[in-house]
Design a protein around this ligand. Sequence first.
Ligand code: KG4
Ligand code: ZN
Length: 349
Amino acid sequence: MQVIGIETSCDETAAAVVRRNADGTGEIVSNVVLSQIEEHSAFGGVVPEIAARAHVESLDRIIAAALDDASVTLADIDWIAATAGPGLIGGLLVGLTTAKALSWASGKPLLAVNHLEGHALTARLTDAIAFPYLLLLVSGGHTQLVAVHGVGDYRRLGTTIDDAAGEAFDKTAKLLGLGYPGGSKVETHAQAGDEKRFALPRPLKGRAGADFSFAGLKTAVRLAAQDASPLSDQDVNDLAASFQRAAIDCIADRTKNALKMSAGTRFTALVAAGGVAANKAIGETLAKIAADNGLPLVMPPLALCGDNAAMIAWAGAERLALDPAPRDMTEPARARWPLDSLTKPGAAA
Ligand code: KG4
Ligand code: ZN
């Protein structure tokens, strides 16, 4: 089965062709991602209206490039899979409406895909792992711990009660004058800093459950920066290092709790996904937690950790393999669409 995926939920305009083989393995045939970082960097964050317009301007070209790179035409495609949510509604409307138009024009059926399901199932495309596994999704928009029991069978163990992990990195970077998006810049500066210099809080650490909170940490960084200002280069490095350690301590504590909460489940792996998982110090900490629990740590390659359309095509293919019934064209775009509200393929919604 060959599926073309379309992703426009945030600030990446993406299209990809993915093949799912009869044995359940998958292959990425093409994967085109156009980042809008330059359009948004002047504003220090994603501006929804600018994102939607940028998707309109480039999506048709990106879809053509994905087909071209795969050396196929729409005639060779079995299904069109497009992100219908959650995300910024303007961008979602652009992607989903374009997908519907393509579907009408080509006669190829359309499947509306949940963006979070794309992140949740990527590890099966890259590493062919079996269910169930524990997913830590840490990106600019999402921070969740989810027990992935099957396609459409997600049990959310924890989520953020305020900011996403990536947002905390980005806001810290902005405050320290490191630019946008700041996660990787915080990491670089942290490598030259003293993580013990500033005593910062670890929100929710030691508490029951697997929820996250980063707002208090962000405020503490701001206050520490105000106290230490004007900031020398070393101050910036030390603040970045102290923040990063605090954030990692929180992520580690919550992940350990999620594993404890699932003591009765035989997970096959700990899976980390999302842009923040690119952070090497986080990767090292997660590798240790996984090893302590006798699990492999599976981290999809960087290009598939961040937003992309291969994961959307793949999530579509996983669903369609279990339920190939035709779909109607009335699926709406939706800003909110929690992962654990999804149902198993073929089950009545
Ligand atoms: O998954 P992603 O590419 O996009 C979505 O948010 O969906 O994640 C982007 C986020 C940004 O907040 C960025 O600052 C953060 O991931 N990030 C990092 C690193 N690289 C990217 N955070 C910490 N350390 C990094 N090395
Ligand atoms: Zn995402």
